[in-house]
Design a protein around this ligand. Structure first.
Ligand code: 13P
Length: 251
């Protein structure tokens, strides 16, 4: 059985005091949750203060990006060693905003994925098609390329997570239907099976992201190949994020 992972990607939101307030509320609201993994990915400036708040809780910490080198003359970049140092166990890589706003390529993302793993971070590799790719029937081709290129040379003894985030569903309020998302998740699991064998594919978590809200979380998370969520907007409030974490509880 795969353990659910509910992750919040705060993107470029929250000052340090705001981040502390959010995480204080969140840890109270999720203190009774121990049957699934919870992760928050604050902006770099809030990682350390948030980590201090998280000590002794069941909430993990992740970065939203990193460069693949350990250190050096790379102005503006953050290294895997720095993320580890500050208490991260996960790092989001290849987010569609990195791909489409900052021009990250599959090759660059692949280097980052390998480096994250080498340094003991679990990469969350994001993949997903744009609206025009979906409309022209290219969803599978795009997703297959992003998964295969992103994981090139990956040693399957290590853990990784995939996040399927259709670009047209990110921040738009338009969610993929559970059935549509399940179809792509099933396809991704087939690719993982082809790459690393069935056993590894069955163990690997595939998250859905794109306008996940308390109202639609249950339908998505009950699908057989959807093993969690990568939440943007709704992770910025403790109340809505904790409702997604507890999507299957009556409260
Ligand atoms: P929204 O939940 O705001 O659509 O963002 C999704 C996302 O990009 C998470 O990484």
């Amino acid at each position: 059985m795969r353990r659910l992972l509910i992750a919040g990607n705060w993107k470029m939101h929250k000052t340090v005091p705001e981040a502390i307030e959010l995480v204080r509320e969140l840890k109270e609201l999720t203190a009774d949750v121990d049957d699934r993994d919870i992760l928050v990915c604050p902006p770099f400036t809030a990682l350390y203060p948030v980590r201090r708040e998280l000590e002794g809780t069941n909430i993990a910490l992740g970065g939203q990006n990193m460069f693949y080198e350990e250190q050096g003359a790379f102005t503006g970049e953050i290294s895997p060693i720095m993320l580890k140092d500050v208490g991260c166990s996960y790092v989001i890589l290849g987010h569609s905003e990195r791909r489409h706003i900052f021009g990250e390529t599959d090759d660059l993302i692949n280097r980052k994925v390998l480096s994250a793993t080498e340094h003991g971070l679990t990469p969350i590799l994001c993949v997903g098609e744009k609206i025009e790719e979906r409309e022209s029937g290219e969803t599978e081709k795009v997703v297959e390329r992003q998964v295969k290129e992103g994981l090139r040379g990956f040693n399957p003894e290590n853990e990784f997570v995939i996040a399927y985030e259709p670009v047209w569903a990110i921040g738009t309020g338009e969610t993929a239907t559970p059935e549509l998302a399940q179809e792509v998740h099933g396809f991704i699991r087939e690719i993982l099976s082809e790459l690393f064998g069935k056993e590894k594919a069955e163990k690997t978590r595939i998250l859905y992201g794109g306008s996940v809200k308390p109202e639609n979380a249950k339908g998505l998370l009950e699908m057989p190949d959807i093993d969690g969520a990568l939440v943007g907007g709704a992770s910025l409030k403790a109340e809505s994020f904790s409702k997604i974490v507890k999507f299957d509880r009556e409260e």
